[in-house]
Design a protein around this ligand. Sequence first.
Ligand code: EPU
Length: 348
Amino acid sequence: MERFKNLPNFASAMTVIENCPMKGRNTFGIDVSADKFIEFGNEDELRSVLAQAGTPLLTVGGGSNLLFLDDFHGTVLHSAISGIEVLEETDEYVMVSAGSGVVWDDFVGYCVGHGWWGAENLTAIPGEVGASAVQNIGAYGCEVGDIIHEVRTVSVKDGSVRVFSNEECRYGYRYSIFKAELKGQYIVTYVTYRLSRKANPNLGYGALRQSVGESGETTLENIRNAVRRIRDSKLPDPKVLGNAGSFFMNPVISQSDFESIRREYPEVPSYPAGEGLVKVPAGWLIEKCGWKGRALGPAAVHDRQALVLVNRGGAKGSDIKALADAVISDVEARFGIRLKAEVNFILS
Ligand code: EPU
């Protein structure tokens, strides 16, 4: 905890908006409102908000991983804690702290600009630093839990500070303790990352290796640009077409269940997921069920990546959910696998 003592406590006026429109604050672009929206700029402000706010409380980052099913009758909290600060630096590594309100991709750009390795594969993921540590965002062979050193939080119950070590966060595939046992109990204020000062490229994802190879040397900038190109080729820009990235998680199934799928579909892609377990891409399962590019009312399955559901315009949360339910039911009927949403459903 000592290492946080010099963090800036920016003075800032809190933003409080009653009956706040949320359309621009969720990347699905769902047109709902929140009874109250409060933005805090430092831990003291957060504590004073917590002392007064009733329930329910919802903490949001960039709103890139949630689906509002209706108006939110409670208080939505958003961190505007800014700042990126080096806490420690050696020849090998650097410890950097970022405020939970820092835009995730700005942080990645900062790391790449300073020649620090570890965050580059996570280029262009929408959202903010705080939520990234809760969701354990991941892409192209890297998860943010791989580079997180500590997560500093404030307790919703009593406003006290608690710092979680990486181990205490219990990171797994799209999993952390903040999404599970401790859901809603702590609000992230700062995240400390351990990045490498020595070149440490992670090019295990074939398409990334190829794209970086085509652009010349294996530099941080080339990796960042290659990730951007790959993402742009598959994933819709939320500013153009409302979406929340992968709507479902890739299911992990037993080796024997996998073998029975492979007997029928020898081409099924897969990744090892631990002893006797196999991860199968949900996008492939959904495409095989004929859903890729198909619409159900104002909601649709993206035509370039079936794992992404999109708002074609004017969709309500219930329209997206109806599509998700139809997809889940068809995948289950065909493959015996029940897909789980990665996106958080919000209903108060
Ligand atoms: N696939 C299909 N059809 C599709 C989509 C994918 O057949 O419509 C197949 C692909 O051909 C490939 C496999 O599925 O063989 C995997 O596809 P891809 O590499 O695009 O990745 P993914 O498993 O669909 C995951 C993450 C993404 C991340 C990519 C790259 C999850 C839930 N999603 O998707 O994360 O960008 O890997 O690492 O794990 C996100 O979380 O919002 C997100 C976009």
